[in-house]
Write a protein that binds this ligand. Sequence first.
Ligand SMILES: NC(=O)c1ccc[n+]([C@@H]2O[C@H](COP(=O)([O-])OP(=O)(O)OC[C@H]3O[C@@H](n4cnc5c(N)ncnc54)[C@H](OP(=O)(O)O)[C@@H]3O)[C@@H](O)[C@H]2O)c1
Length: 290
Amino acid sequence: MSTLKPRQTVLITGCSSGIGRATALHFQRAGWNVVATMRTPKQETELNRLNNVLLVALDVQDQASVDNALQQALIHFGQIDVLVNNAGYALMGAFENASEEQIQRQFDTNVFGLMRVARAVLPHFRGRNAGLLINVASMAGRLPIPLMSVYNASKWAVQGFSECLTYELAPFNIRVKIVEPGAVNTAFFGRSGDRQNATGVAAYNEFANAQFPVIDKTGPGGSTSDDVAATIYRAATDGSVTLRYAVGVDAKALLSARKILPDRMFLPMIGWSLSPAVFNRLGRLFYKPS
Ligand SMILES: NC(=O)c1ccc[n+]([C@@H]2O[C@H](COP(=O)([O-])OP(=O)(O)OC[C@H]3O[C@@H](n4cnc5c(N)ncnc54)[C@H](OP(=O)(O)O)[C@@H]3O)[C@@H](O)[C@H]2O)c1
């Protein structure tokens, strides 16, 4: 009698770069079938050459492309065992500098896009009475990153959404997990980020000009995409009901601190990540003059 286990299949969004790409490669090397989805598969030169990888177009903002990707995945591999909702980016800058359209796009990608893909896959999971949904949130879903309020809000939404879903999906044997990386060295801080001051409000320039160089240092000093991919793979295969997986020393330390410190101590600590120019001006918010 054969003891070979059938290959499992993972569908991942946002595989054109960074964490999504590394995750696709990690699962493929581990012997999984991989549905590697991205907005522009025509440009792909690596994933399309690998065995057991199906490259499919999927824009999380476009319902038709989500439905089509799922259909192709099921025709090709027959089933999906794990969905990794990874696609996302950050709107950076002062809240007032962002236009309505920028804010809408941030939520339509990071939150509604993630929900769109989950809604497409959940009927399949329910039909099989099995499935695992892994949502890539961020440590920024549980603590503030100055100048990223809308991104923070989107990842906070992903955290709440994921945590709440666990209850209604458990009866169908569908588990939900949240991966929460700290800073990761990817295109997130570069070409993917939206930093356009669309409204032209100049009042925040001093803050932004001082703070962006600090933000830009966090990526190169952070974890690698491979670190996050390894954690996503662990979340997919450890058989546990663990909900959250922090990645990186920064995420682990800060999220632990958040758990044990009151706001009056934790929020000044985040203030230490501000550029000295900004911190010196804002210090009075955190510490009462003696
Ligand atoms: N890097 C970090 O410090 C960090 C930390 C915590 C969490 N995260 C999260 O990790 C995830 C991956 O980011 P990353 O660091 O790997 O950055 P990345 O290299 O910029 O990758 C982002 C991916 O999302 C895709 N994407 C953006 N909008 C999309 C859409 N509408 N439909 C489908 N795909 C879309 C991008 O595709 P295109 O190539 O088409 O733009 C790209 O493949 C994001 O959810 C991010 O919020 C990142």
